[in-house]
Ligand binder design. Structure first.
Ligand code: NAD
Length: 331
C-alpha cells in the first residue's frame, strides 16, 4: 500500500489529511517535526512526502532522499524559493508547490483592507473606543465608485481584486508585464507601474517579489502617488521600502496604508509575541503608525486555503508516485 508522510503537520491540518487519505484509500501519516537531516530517518518505509517549510531546506537531504527511494518533495504552500531546484533535479527529486490554493481568500481580504482605508475604519474604531460619537472631518470618507483603483500584478489574485472593485463601480486600471487580452470590460492596462500609480486613488499590490522589484515602492514611487491615495499590500513585504512608506505618510505624500505583509516579518510572523518587546524598531514604528493598518500575513488564512494547501500537495505527491510527473512540479 502507498504510504505518504506529512512533515510539520499542525493540528488544524490533520482533519484534511485524514479526509484525503480516506477518499484516496492511501495511508497518510503526519508528524509535527520539520524534514531535516535529523528527522529524515522518519521517512523509512514511506513512498511520498509533503512539507510546509518556511526556513531553508537542507540540500544535503536530496541525495539521502534519493538513496531512500523517495522521488518527490511536495511543498504545501506557493513559495518554493527555499529549495535548491538544481540540486533536487540532480538527485531526481521532483519539487512541487501549491501555486493557487484560494485566490478568492486573498482577493476578498485585499478588498477588506481597501474598504477599511477608504471608510476610515481605523479612525472610527479609535473614536468609538473613547465614546466620541461625533461626525468630524477626519472620518468623512470617499466612495469607491468615484475612485480609480490600480491593481499591480493582474494574475489569479489581482484579476479577482480588479473584478471586486469593478463591481463597486470603480475605474480599475493596472499594470502587468504580461497583460491578458479580453479584460477590457474590467481593467485598463497601463504601460508601466509608474503610469498606473500616478492616476490611482488606491493602489493594490498583487505581484510576486523578485530581486528586480525589491523596494519597488520607494521614495520616488511614493512621490508619484496622489497625496490622498492609499496603498494596500497583500503580496510580499519586500515590494515596499518600509522607511520610505513611513516618510511618505509623515510627509503627507500619501494618505494611508494597509499591509498584510512586512519586509522583515519572518522572526515575528507567525507567532504570539504578546507582552514581549518588538526589537525591530522599523516594525515597531510601522505597527504604531496612526496611518497604517497592519495584519500578520492572514490574507490566505481561510478554511478553504488550509484544506487546499494540505490536499493539493497530497494530490501532487500521489500523481508523481503513480505517473512520475505532475503539473504542480517546479523543477
Ligand atoms: P500569479 O502568478 O497568478 O500572478 C502574479 C502576476 O504578477 C502575474 O500576472 C505576473 O505577470 C505579474 N507580475 C510579475 N512581475 C510583475 C511586476 N514586476 N509588476 C507587475 N506585475 C508583475 O500569482 P497570484 O496567485 O495572483 O499571487 C500574487 C502574489 O500574492 C504572490 O506572488 C504572493 O506574493 C501574494 N500572496 C500573498 C498571500 C497572503 O496571504 N498575503 C497569499 C498568497 C499569495
Amino acid at each position: 500500500m502507498t504510504k505518504i508522510l506529512c512533515f510539520n503537520a499542525n493540528e488544524e491540518r490533520i482533519p484534511f489529511i485524514e479526509e484525503w487519505a480516506a477518499t484516496h484509500k492511501i495511508k497518510v501519516d503526519y508528524v509535527s517535526e520539520f524534514l531535516t537531516l535529523e528527522t529524515v530517518h522518519m521517512l523509512e518505509g514511506y513512498d511520498g512526502v509533503t512539507v510546509a517549510h518556511v526556513g531553508d531546506f537542507d540540500s544535503n537531504l536530496y541525495p539521502i532522499l534519493k538513496e531512500m527511494g523517495i522521488k518527490q518533495v511536495a511543498q504545501r504552500t506557493a513559495g518554493y524559493e527555499i529549495f535548491d531546484l538544481e540540486e533536487a533535479s540532480k538527485n531526481d527529486i521532483i519539487i512541487t508547490n501549491v501555486p493557487s490554493y484560494s485566490p478568492e481568500s486573498i482577493a476578498e481580504y485585499s478588498l477588506m483592507l481597501g474598504l477599511q482605508l477608504v471608510r476610515k475604519s481605523h479612525q472610527l474604531d479609535k473614536k468609538v473606543a473613547v465614546r466620541d460619537f461625533s461626525w468630524t472631518q477626519d472620518i468623512r470618507a470617499r466612495v469607491i465608485k468615484d475612485m480609480t483603483v490600480a491593481v499591480i500584478g493582474v494574475g489569479h489574485i489581482g484579476l479577482l481584486v480588479a473584478k471586486l472593485y469593478k463591481a463597486f463601480g470603480a475605474n480599475v486600471i493596472g499594470y502587468d508585464p504580461y497583460p491578458k487580452a479580453g479584460l477590457e470590460d474590467i481593467i485598463t492596462f497601463c504601460d508601466s507601474v509608474e503610469d498606473a500609480v500616478k492616476q490611482a486613488d488606491l493602489v493594490s499590490l498583487h505581484m510576486p517579489a523578485f530581486k528586480d522589484n525589491y523596494h519597488l515602492f520607494n521614495d520616488e514611487m511614493f512621490k508619484l502617488m496622489k497625496n490622498d491615495a492609499y496603498l494596500v499590500n497583500c503580496a510580499r513585504g519586500t515590494l515596499v521600502d518600509t522607511s520610505s512608506l513611513l516618510n511618505a505618510l509623515d510627509a503627507k505624500e500619501i494618505a494611508g496604508a494597509a499591509l498584510d505583509v512586512y519586509e522583515n516579518e519572518a522572526p515575528y510572523v507567525p507567532g504570539n509575541h504578546e507582552g514581549k518587546e518588538i526589537e525591530d524598531s522599523l516594525f515597531k514604528e510601522l505597527l504604531e503608525h496612526p496611518k497604517v493598518t497592519f495584519y500578520h500575513h492572514c490574507a490566505y488564512y481561510t478554511d478553504v486555503s488550509v484544506r487546499n494547501m494540505t490536499q493539493f500537495a497530497l494530490d501532487a505527491t500521489l500523481e508523481i508516485l503513480q505517473t512520475n510527473d505532475t503539473n504542480y512540479r517546479v523543477n
